[in-house]
Design a protein around this ligand. Sequence first.
Ligand code: ZN
Ligand code: ZN
Ligand code: FE
Length: 759
Amino acid sequence: MRVKISITGIVQGVGFRPFIYRIAVQNGLAGYVRNRGDAGVEIILEGNAQSIQNFLRDLKEKKPPLAQIHNITTTELHGNNEYKKFTIYRSSDEKEQAGSVIPPDIAICSECLAELRDPNNPRHDYFFITCTNCGPRFTIIEQLPYDRENTTMHEFHMCSYCQGEYVDPLNRRFHAQTIACPKCGPQAYLTTSSGEHIKHNDPVREAGRLLSEGAILAIKGYGGFHVAASTIMDEPLQRLRKAKHRRAKPFAIIARSLEAVKSFAEVTSKEEELLTSHTRPIVLLNKKNSYALSPLVAPGLHNIGVMLPYTALHYMLFDRVDDVAFVMTSANPPNQPIVKDNEEALRMLGGTVDYFLLHNREIAYRCDDSVLRVHGARPSFIRRSRGYAPAPILLREKARRCVLGLGGELNNTACILLENKAFISQHIGDVENIETRAFLQEAAGHLIRLTNSRVEAVACDLHPKFITTRLAQELAEEKGWSLIQVQHHHAHVAALMMEHAVDALVGVVCDGYGYGADGGAWGGEILLCTRDSADFKRLAHLEPQPLIGGDMATRYPMRMAATILSKKLDVERWLLEHSGSLPHGETEAKIILQQLRHGVGVTETTSCGRVLDAVAAVLGICYERTYEGEPAMKLESSAIKGKDTLQLKPIIRGNVLDTTQMLYAIFENVGKAATADLAYSAHAYLARGLASMAVEHAQEAGIKAIGFSGGAANNQILAEIIRQTVEDAGLQFLVHEAIPTGDGGVSFGQAVVGGFFRF
Ligand code: ZN
Ligand code: ZN
Ligand code: FE
């Protein structure tokens, strides 16, 4: 019998051909296996029918752990047998099927780690030790099929030792495209801040020593550069904050081991599972009471972003030092993508760092670390990138057409929706300039090529001035694709709906800003969405509040606080007393008061973020937003230790949840109740108010589920109280599990509206 088998999924770069080779030989079959240019695998088998049956069983039951099989097509071939044995054939460039993709980068496996530590192994102490089960993939592949010449390993010629392993079917590195050793592979080296080589026979461990002594280093990793520093010395952190213009934004850290993490942070079993998984994301962990790292690492927050080493290089950094952790933050100049090339790094980071730890292998595609937070036992993506992208999210049904979603503006991603799979790109960042626009365009184009997709429509935001909207319009025109514009919060709810396969949903969406269907600034919304309509119904929202001074009101929460409070009392004295918290002091306070009196050119917002900001200012927790979400994050950090002392009853007028009276109540109790309790009470008010409105509307409309999405859904207190209220009412509560909760999930939401909703 002769058959041809085509397999789609994640089947290149995961040791799939070696696996096929082994099960074919074990079952006494002849023929070949080869990679295809469409990221799929093609197999010809010759042998008796029973052996082929056994092969197909083994294929499903014994597949390599990182492989994902989406589809297996078996066709019987006619004619006589042609093959005497089974071989791995040269890859073909043919592109027939769509929807296969290469794997994400994979953390170093335990076998490679053991070899790294074995003095008798030829790869002992080698910073770039990898195998078929681990190493960079997404960031190393320039084009398909996944062969060495199509990766940035093409310039390194295998030595005879590596070659011997590469062709040995019994070896773990049989056909491992990233195979390398100290003799033939990439080399690491240290340079000064101006790029002069520093001679050292152990540059990686020397880099660890320099960090431990207080130096700042730029370190080249799998998907880009990190900036690293001590976590216990204040001096380098002060210097780093100054150079990066990051006064307060928390730095992620890399810890030497799980035990080390437990010395400064609480780790639940779910968090432990994530930290040690082969995706190795940054996990936000609660600081322990005995937390003794520098307060400059994550100032004013109850939690800290921690990851464990995911490359041999990371492990080696800690070998000769006692430090439990180092700062390891993405190296990206303000509003720019993460730096990936050596030249670019020297140019952009030379003024920030003392040394560079470089290597001579190029990075094909940039990819930031992923960030997750765990609520109870449920992980919630703050950023879905390294270790996850470009693996698809599998949906329960097939989309009507192939749609490219380009996302919104902040924390952006792109998404390709193809049949029942959604491929979300790595983290792109804030698309506010030419560099990030180029990165978005490149990432989207790369996804289209990798998945061999034939895009039919492009989806984007409603905002007429977003760079992403303009890009979508250009692409639609140029390629003849349909253009679909999706309101920001509608995209958030649609994402929840398709993630959980529900046809109708009442969605609570809380975030900072989304362009409303009426052109207004929305951000505390309750929407009714169904798949029967490309439109949605705005059921309710937070009370609109004036934004005095536009963007200034977002940057300086005192403006928000004064504006809201001025509806209830004369804020003049209070504002003048607190004018020290404004950048221009009393002068500015007077201008604000004047603006309040005249209300000139004031736009309004229903943003949940702005209300939380105002509470943070009234409580003296945060007066300036130096990074996105800062006041609200610090408010949550305070509230986490508090309780609902005020027990404010939600004031609902029509379909509007009052926020003025709430802020006033907090204001009146300053000094009378504990700050943490007031912070908690504000959260409880908003969560109970929004949830009770959502429950009422859902019951009225006969809808069984309520969802919670948007950046503020990463807030544990809000999410937990809304869950309680919804479940107490006997309704199902939905949150994101596989899709980013904040704006990283918007591209997916846009794409699903275009691919699943009725027009
Ligand atoms: Zn390995
Ligand atoms: Zn070698
Ligand atoms: Fe949003």
